[in-house]
Structures are given as C-alpha cells and as structure tokens.
Design a binder for this molecule. Sequence first.
Ligand code: BGC
Length: 459
Amino acid sequence: MTELPASAPGGHAGPARAIVVLTAAVAALGGLLFGYDTSVISGAMLFLRTDFHLSDRQLEFAVGIALAGALAGSSLAGYCTDRWGRRTMLLATGVGFGLFSILSGLAAGLASFSVARFFVGVCIGVASLVTPLYLAETSPARIRGALVSLNQLAITVGILAAYFVDYALAADRDWRSMFMTAVIPSVVLVLGMILLPESPRWLARKGFRAHALRGFQRLGRGAEAETELREVEQALEEEQEGFRVLFQSGFRLAVLVGVGLAIFQQITGINTIVYYSPVILRMSGYPSAKAAILAAAVIGAANVLVTILSIFMVDRLGRRFLLLFGTAGMGLALAMIGIAFERRSAGTVIFYEMIAYIVSFGIGLGPVMWLLISEIYPTKIRGKAMSLATVSVWGSNWLVAGTFLSLIRSAGPAGTFWIFSVICLLAFGFCWAYVPETKGKTLEMIERHWSQLGQAGTP
Ligand code: BGC
C-alpha cells in the first residue's frame, strides 16, 4: 500500500451540507433504478413463462438480456459522459428508464419484451457509471465516501423494493405493473436532474469557468468555491487527454485497482445470493418456496441496513479498513456455508451464514468498490476509465449469474461456496497489496499520488 498526501482542509456547515446531501439523494435515484430493474425480473419470470409460453432457454434469454444491455450501456457511457456531461447523461437515463419500463410492461411477446429490457439494461449500465461519477465530482472531500455510497444504499433499496412490489403484485399475476412501477423513480430523477447543476469538474474541463464556479457555489461551497476550482484547473492543466493515459505508469496501477475491484466484487459471488437466495435456501432444506422468498427479503433488508452503517464509517475508518474487514468476513461466511452444506446442517444455519455474508459485503466491497472507481482517476479520463471498470462489473456479473446453477451441478453446493471463499481470500490479498487509502483527500490529491508513483517508476 502507498501513502497519499495529508487530508483536504475545510468542513461544511449546516445549509451547505443539506444542499450537497439533497443533490446526492436525487442523483442516487440512478442507483435505485439500477437495483430495482436488475431484481424485478425475479418475481416476474414465472408469469412471463406462462403468458409468453417460453421454453427454459427462452426464459433464460429473457432474464439475461438486461445484463447484456448493461454491458453495452457501461461500455458507451464513459465516452458519452465525457463528451456530453454527467447531468445530461443522468437526464437521458431517467427518460430511458421511464420509457423502456413502460414498453417492457406493454410487451406483446418475447421479441418486443427483449428489446425493451435490453434498453432498460443499457440505462442500468449507464446509471451504474454516471451516478457514482456525478456524486464523486460534486461532493466535498470530507464526506465524499458517504455521499457516493448513497448510490450503493439506493441500489440495495431498489432491490428490496423490487422484492416487495413483486410480492404484492404476484397474487394478481400482474407482471406488467412490476416493470411499469419503475416509472415513478424515473420521473423523480428527471425532474430532480433538471434542477441540479452539472458537475463543476466537468464544466471546468470543458473550459466553462464561470459556470463551473457557479456550480461549486450552488453546491454550497461559498467562499471555498474559488479555491476548489483553482485546484481543479491546476490538475487539469497537468492532465493529458485520451485513452493512452490509462496505460502510462502510475495510472496503469489505478486502472488495475479499479478493474480488479470490479471483478472481485462480482466473482466473490454477491449475485448468487442476491438473485438466487430462494433457490439456495430451498436446496438447504427450507420447507416451502414462500418461506424461502420471505427469508430472501430479510437478507435484502440486512443489505440495506448494513449499507447505512458503512456510510457512517467510510469517511471515518477509511476505505481500506472496510474492504479488508468486509472481504475477510465474506470469505469466512462462504466457507461456513460450504461446511453447512457438507454436513447437511439445518436451513436456518445457512440462512444466518448468508446474512453474515451480505453484512460483510454491504460493509466493504459493495459500496467501496463503486466509491473507489469514481475517485481514483484523473478528471479528463475519469469517464473512460470508469467504463473499463463498469464493463468488468457487468461482464463478470453475467458470467457468475449465468454459470452458478451449472457450477452447483458440477461442484456441488459445498464445493461451489468453497470456490467463492477462496476467491475472497485472493480479493483480500489484492486489496491489501494495491488499494490506497483515499479518505479525506480531494480528487486532485489522489490524482497527484498516481502521477508521483509514475515518476518514481512504479508500474
Ligand atoms: C453490485 C450488484 C449487487 C448489489 C447488491 C452492487 O454493488 O454491483 O451486482 O447486486 O451491489 O447490493
């Protein structure tokens, strides 16, 4: 691990902090839609199968198509947001979520449903990149960890909301309304983003100095606005444009950290729990599907609660501590799940171990991965570099979600969870060796750290 320079000065008082938090809360609706739209399909799929007369393969396709869209969306989002701005992209995403959620609900058959869900997926991919990016660029350094992590909180709330909406509408087999409910947060996101300012860092990069200054002032910086802008401008002067920068020494390491964290966040198995917990609980001997679904909702609620805890800790204890603590806990919990399957322990034992796993994820790798990938890159290439990391998230998500059931069939449940447990051990080692502490530093201080590493000849 390498040391960063001392913390940024200045705190933020009452009303200023309220404006910043409000801005973050609106932007975080992008995260809520990401969570809701990735999960809503789980409750809708049974009805889709019968209404559209789908075979197993067609159903798998209908479920997975949004992840393909997210992969496409995240690969384009970096370029688009560097070019047209963070706010514009969040606005466009809000409109897209609203439109394609309605079209998913109105679909007449598999083809029209898949097209609509693909574009919902594109919006998920774009939101997954632009939301934390906008939050990081508008937040004051001292509380940036908490504000960017509102994104992860919103994701978990979205997942939980999808559980409840699915549960409430299942009695009427109303899968169409399950998808269309997403219109409500989409409209709030659009209206909110119309009122919020563009990221001052992006404006400065495009040379709109007066707008950038006004942006910082609207974000409650007061007298500090000019100083903050000058620091941004100075860093921009030293920055170079283009994808090549990502592969210069120093920044290469930043890219490795971002992509590594993104892949580890997924291949340590989070979405086997988020997408398949009822299936896992049934395998562990849970008596009914209903009991398993209810237990899954409790796991979802634990995810929300622990994310709140993480938000309070991330700017105090730092990113590294939460990451190391979290990955160690995840590894331990997964090893215990494997043992419980091996010994054929009661389903409730596995349920508690799944809670221990989600709590460890929600403290560390869940929020901190999104936070770090939004803060470790220079402004001029932040969008493109984040694209690399988010594409890695969605690619590995697709891989794990798409192979989990086959893995269970070939390695058995115990073997499968032990494999994930070993991967957690690797994730721990990776975080220990490569992830720097960014708590309390301005984005420009973090950037200087990588350039200095480059000058010192670090790979
Ligand atoms: C991950 C998602 C996951 C969610 C669960 C996010 O940080 O990127 O893949 O479903 O957390 O809370």
